[in-house]
Design a protein around this ligand. Sequence first.
Ligand SMILES: CC[C@H](C)[C@H](NC(=O)C[C@H](O)[C@H](CC1CCCCC1)NC(=O)CCNC(=O)[C@H](Cc1ccccc1)NC(=O)N1CCC(N)CC1)C(=O)NCc1cnc(C)nc1N
Length: 324
Amino acid sequence: GIGIVTNTPTSGDVEFLSPVSIGGQTLNMDFDTGSSDLWVFNTGLSAAQSAGHTLFDATKSTTFKKLTGQTFSVSYGDGSSVSGTVGTDVVNIGGAQVNAQAVELATKVSSSFVQDTASNGLVGLAFSKLNTVQPTQQKTFFDNVQASLASPVFTANLKHDAAGSYEFGAIDSTQFSGTMNFVNVETTQGFWQFTSSKFAIGNGTVQTGGAGQAIADTGTTLLLANDNIVNAYYSTVTGAENNQQVGGITIPCDADLPDLQLDVGGKMATVKGTDIMFEQVQGNTCFGGLQAIDSDLMIFGDVFFKSNFVAFNIGDNTLGFAPH
Ligand SMILES: CC[C@H](C)[C@H](NC(=O)C[C@H](O)[C@H](CC1CCCCC1)NC(=O)CCNC(=O)[C@H](Cc1ccccc1)NC(=O)N1CCC(N)CC1)C(=O)NCc1cnc(C)nc1N
């Protein structure tokens, strides 16, 4: 079978949310290919922590089963964190269903989750080895559902300020143009990771300088690359500056940004300049969608996905991408 669900960007394309059915209750959640826990806002949270959120009520689900003695605790790259208890329930995403999916009930969430009332939890779609449930590590929804899918794939179609889709079980070739490039994924760290050592600005010459490795991460808003790429890119943009107050590089909102070509597993992917123009800070000053990260693992987040339709294949550990 297959499962198709829409994803909707919150204002400014900060995150992309999709409806998920858990024990017959529907919550809008953030699909995150950069982590591997499925956790939800629920009635066990304090009123202060859960105000404004849609809450999963395990007592109202006839199919929820508590996993006694199991707990989880995740901390994320942006310093946010969540912890709680674990059960299983029927999880259905656009028609693709797992009857006993580990559903992690948050009992503590950090402030950014409390404030982000649009999101009621995360669906982790990285490899199960990153799942934090103890003492018995649990599988992701994708890992559980893959055997029942027509094909062990899911695709991410993220659009700027418009509804996109996630599809489990098939690659819909009407959703992208040209041929899809497939590359090998390195799974040892549990991410959808690939080599990334080259780049080019616009149609300029391809140069080396990438950090060497990168991950495809729908849970990260921006495109986080190493200094070589970031400096080379913004040196071509008049008025680009590193603005400590806003915490990154800003550019004039009326700048005509060049495209950026990035190495994905040995093949070049293009991120459109228009997708690198991120959000207005104030006046004619805009925040760049490409920012620097000081790590040997670059993070190709939602800015990358807005220019590239991506297929994740857990059957042969490959990643496909095509412009869209
Ligand atoms: C099992 C752990 C798991 C693998 C974990 N994975 C990740 O952190 C990557 C994962 O994709 C997470 C998933 C996020 C977590 C926060 C909520 C939304 C989803 N991504 C990040 O942390 C990347 C940085 N954060 C982001 O990109 C957040 C995402 C967000 C969006 C909306 C509301 C709130 C947050 N957005 C922003 O930073 N921006 C949006 C707003 C804009 N004005 C600035 C940029 C990890 O690596 N943790 C190790 C870790 C822990 N601690 C730290 C400090 N670094 C770490 N890497």
